[in-house]
Design a protein around this ligand. Structure first.
Ligand code: COI
Length: 361
């Protein structure tokens, strides 16, 4: 296991930190961060530092070729205890390495990843809100840090973890979704399944257009037929059809959401049938119109579960859900949040990790 180096200034940085009332999402950062460097074929010590700028040579490979991956995870506390919990962090560690492999980057030992997340959560514990739906959002990421303009995989990497107290991702109670019929986010054989910045960058042109037109989110369809629902770039999608939960089956163009997987497992545990299949956007629009589809929602670590209020492609589809905040999505959200913050026992024994309790000397 990697040595941990605690830099000077950590105690000072953490002194007197308080939680703002209006925390929003990703606005305020914990005053500390983790950094670990990969050089000469190995990972070096884990450094816990005061939050600071990263100095990069202008020719650092990540700046030119986008060799980068990240994760999103959360640490939770509840009103009744001093303990801090992580939700399925080993799944994030695994997915990080799947993304690393797809992007030609070094694998990171699961123990190093988990130790880093544990450290930042433990030292930032005062910044973890206790209100339901609020938490410490943790952003581990890795960049190609070798310098040089040659297009070749980097031999050096920087793994960094930052954290931010977070509340609601969307301020609206339900979201209006623009269905993109022309541009593509990811193509078969590409990087769609990896959690890499390029996938998010590819979504931004449509996001600009859709925000200007009053939408909150973009729904991406399969690149070939522009028919089958994939994901929202940052969130997975579910619909309640004929009382069953339906979600697009995973392909190499869809991110394997940990919240998505947890919802499927929780729903099945509660006796709700869950179907993973190809879902055509036209079929879904019809099912919303004829009342077979009663609820639709998006989900992810940052967003948790957010109901969809309407879907439009600016052409043929323009449908509204009658009662967006339905009983199934709100019940699943409630259950998930209670499990994540350890207010309710998890039916799955390996979902909840207790963070180490480290006292600052
Ligand atoms: C997350 O849910 O953690 C994500 O990475 C999505 C991002 C759009 C905030």
């Amino acid at each position: 296991m990697q040595e941990v180096k605690i830099h000077e200034g950590i105690k000072e940085a953490l002194k007197g930190i308080t939680l703002s009332e209006d925390i929003g999402f990703g606005k305020y950062m914990s005053p500390i961060m983790i950094e670990c460097n990969y050089r000469e074929g190995k990972w070096h010590e884990i450094e816990l530092k005061p939050y600071q700028k990263i100095e990069l040579d202008p020719c650092t490979k990540v700046l030119h070729y986008g060799q980068e991956i990240f994760e999103g995870m959360k640490a939770y506390r509840n009103a009744g205890s001093e303990d801090v919990f992580l939700f399925r962090p080993n799944e994030n560690a695994k997915r990080f390495n799947t993304s690393a492999a797809r992007m030609g980057m070094a694998q990171i030992p699961e123990s190093l990843f988990l130790k880093s997340v544990d450290l930042i959560s433990s030292y930032s514990r005062k910044l973890i809100p206790r209100r339901q739906g609020e938490s410490l959002y943790i952003r581990p990421f890795m960049i190609a840090s070798e310098v040089g303009l040659g297009i070749a995989p980097s031999k050096e990497f920087k793994f960094i973890v930052v954290a931010s107290p977070s509340a609601k991702y969307f301020s609206a109670g339900s979201i209006d979704v623009f269905v993109e019929r022309e541009a593509s986010r990811a193509a078969p054989g590409g990087t769609g399944r990896a959690k890499t910045g390029g996938n998010y960058a590819a979504s931004l042109m449509t996001t600009v257009k859709s925000l200007e037109n009053g939408f909150h989110q973009v729904m991406w369809l399969d690149a070939k037929e522009k028919t089958y629902i994939e994901e929202m770039s940052g969130m997975n999608f579910f619909a309640v059809i004929n009382g069953e939960l339906h979600t697009p089956e995973l392909t190499d163009t869809i991110l394997k959401g940990i919240t998505r997987d947890s919802i499927i497992k929780l729903a099945q545990y509660n006796g709700l049938k869950c179907v993973e299949r190809k879902i055509s956007i036209d079929e879904l629009a019809l099912d919303i119109k004829n009342g077979k589809c009663t609820e639709a929602f998006v989900c992810g670590t940052a967003s948790i579960i957010v109901p969809v209020g309407s879907l439009s492609d600016g052409r043929d589809i323009d449908v509204k859900l009658k009662n967006p905040n339905g009983i199934i999505s709100s019940g699943l959200r409630e259950n998930l949040l209670k499990i994540q913050s350890a207010q309710m026992e998890s039916p799955f024994s390996d979902w909840i990790f207790r963070v180490s309790h480290i006292e600052l000397e």
